[in-house]
Design a binder for this molecule. Structure first.
Ligand code: FE2
Ligand code: FE2
Length: 242
């Protein structure tokens, strides 16, 4: 049995990548279920968050993509892959993620961001535990899973863990980073309205980090009063995907 290794991931267009394959859903369900068991054990110690965060953010990614013109099938593949993006956190000490007053130090931020690298180990160990063998098309879906796990903290300005910038972040990844950041900000400030969080993302505080057009795509789906127009949405997705 040989499973592929994705230690060195290079930028790709996720929307094009997922069009290229179909995958063994039952094998990936086994992997997902086992990883969720491990994450639930983590949540029992930390307090319920990780599993719910992953479900919420992957559901939201699906909704934004479908609303803005990606097919149900492709959006579903991306949702299933994004569902595992933070799994590397289970290898980190719980205390690292506890919310404390004041801003986390740069050292703490760097240590936290290491979960993007640890994900590979958790996923690969679990695949081996279950005796799964992902080759051919399955390998491509595994690549999508590893891709999200590794890149979801990248920023357009290059300040993410891998230092990717600008065009290295494709449109789906840009949207995923926004969804992830907004959900995290909600956790830290439970009483802050979504509109305010979006304003913060667009403000100087996050200057150069997020694609404002992608923030608008998100807002058109989730901010009350901004009803998405299916036609306009498709046009905007197509324009950004190319
Ligand atoms: Fe993360
Ligand atoms: Fe996350």
């Amino acid at each position: 049995m040989s499973n592929p290794s994705f230690n060195s991931i290079t930028p790709m267009d996720l929307a094009s990548h997922v069009k290229e394959y179909s995958y063994n859903q039952s094998a990936f369900s086994k992997l997902e279920n086992r990883l969720f068991e491990k994450m639930r054990a983590y949540d029992e110690k930390y307090g319920a968050y990780l599993t719910e965060h992953l479900k919420r953010t992957s559901d939201q990614l699906f909704l934004v993509l479908v609303t803005h013109g990606l097919s149900q099938t492709d959006s579903e593949k991306l949702k299933q892959a994004f569902l595992l993006h933070d799994v590397g956190k289970i290898l980190q000490p719980i205390a690292l993620w506890e919310i404390t007053s004041g801003k986390p130090s740069d050292e703490k931020k760097k240590e936290r961001s290491n979960h993007v690298h640890l994900a590979q180990r958790v996923i690969d160990e679990t695949i081996n535990e279950l005796g799964l063998d992902f080759s051919d098309d399955d390998k491509e879906h595994l690549k999508t899973i590893h891709y999200f796990a590794k890149t979801h903290h990248e920023r357009l300005c290059g300040k993410g863990p891998l230092g990717w910038k600008g065009g290295q972040l494709d449109k789906v990844l840009r949207i995923a980073t926004i969804i992830d950041e907004i959900d995290g900000k909600h956790k830290a400030n439970a009483h802050t309205g979504l509109g305010h969080i979006i304003d913060v993302l667009k403000s100087d505080k996050h200057s150069g980090q997020f694609d404002h057009e992608c923030i608008s795509l998100y807002a058109s789906v989730f901010v009350k009063g901004l009803t998405p127009s299916a036609k306009a949405g498709k046009a905007s997705f197509a324009r950004l995907a190319l």
